[in-house]
Design a protein around this ligand. Structure first.
Ligand SMILES: [Zn+2]
Length: 88
């Protein structure tokens, strides 16, 4: 668990030191995510679909929280559509 925390810190630090260039801003992050969020809810790795967006989440807490909230809603909706009700 400590290792994991250190990893996160490493990522954060490397983000901070590379804040320019092809970096994505919050608005385009949002737009891009919108196109793939359904796939992510189905289990595709975000970092495979949109590495830059995944990278942005490492740096941007606001976007990440919004993303996680949206994702959990979609996953709940998806599982809600499964035929779980067994009527007798
Ligand atoms: Zn952001």
């Amino acid at each position: 668990m400590n290792n994991h925390a250190e990893n996160k810190l490493d990522q954060l630090l490397s983000c901070l030191s590379t804040t320019h260039g092809d970096e994505m801003d919050c608005k385009s992050c949002d737009e891009q995510l919108d196109k793939v969020i359904d796939k992510v809810a189905e289990g595709v790795e975000l970092s495979e679909l949109l590495p830059l967006v995944a990278q942005h989440f490492e740096c941007c807490k606001d976007c990440r929280e919004e993303y996680e909230a949206l994702l959990s809603v979609l996953i709940a909706e998806n599982s809600g559509t499964l035929p779980l009700i067994a009527e007798e």
